[in-house]
Write a protein that binds this ligand. Sequence first.
Ligand SMILES: [Ca+2]
Ligand SMILES: [Ca+2]
Length: 263
Amino acid sequence: MKFANGFLVYCLILLISTMATAADKPAKHPKTGEPLVIDVLRGTPKIDGKLDDWMLDLLTPAVLDTKEQIFNGAGSWKNPTDSSGKFYVLWDDDNIYMASVMKDDKLSMQKDGSGIWNADCIEIFLSTTKATPPHAEHYQWGFNPDNKIWNWCNMDGNGSREPDYLKIESTKTGDGYICEVALEYDNVKSLRKDFKAGKAMGFHPVFDDADDGADRDLQMTWTGREAHDQSQGFGQIIFSDEAMAVSAKQKLSVFWSLIKTQQ
Ligand SMILES: [Ca+2]
Ligand SMILES: [Ca+2]
């Protein structure tokens, strides 16, 4: 009987750990099948709508630029010049920073408040790494190139309002726009313990595109699924202890040692 009990406990542990592993896996890219994971280096950019303080070449962005990632409105999407985006992330002791570099050939932001999703808009989700049904374990913020901001989903029950803790500065470029954002993560209470080096967090960047001043024409998401659809997990960010500046220095020293070797 003792053996049977032990075996039962063993099976239970195995089952739970299998479930946890399955749930912890990031979603896959709908076209390439690659896992959607990016590392987040340490850095403190100034929120001014300029990305000269981001070493973009050293960072891996989440990229949204294929028709397979269109959740709705595929018929109205022409190519990446019409609308596509790269989403870079950094962090420090207090904030998580996001630089969204968007291509968008026609800007249209005639919506306000909770309706900003229905025009040109970026939506960012942070979540647990669990695969759970929609609207379950995530936060959802939105912002646009007119610096309008909103928080819809909120795991602390504090959503459906303009968040006073989200800083944004945007720049309209010739072929789209840039949004530089800082989010103080003391305001992300339910995930606060996961802002730690080595930890993974669910991440789902999404954009909405409108062209003619009316409603949204299309939505593209990192996973290709509906923005809130966490049922198969989102992509993930992994917080690294490596500083963006140190990483740059290392790259430079590798470069010089290569030059030396070649001499
Ligand atoms: Ca900046
Ligand atoms: Ca647009």
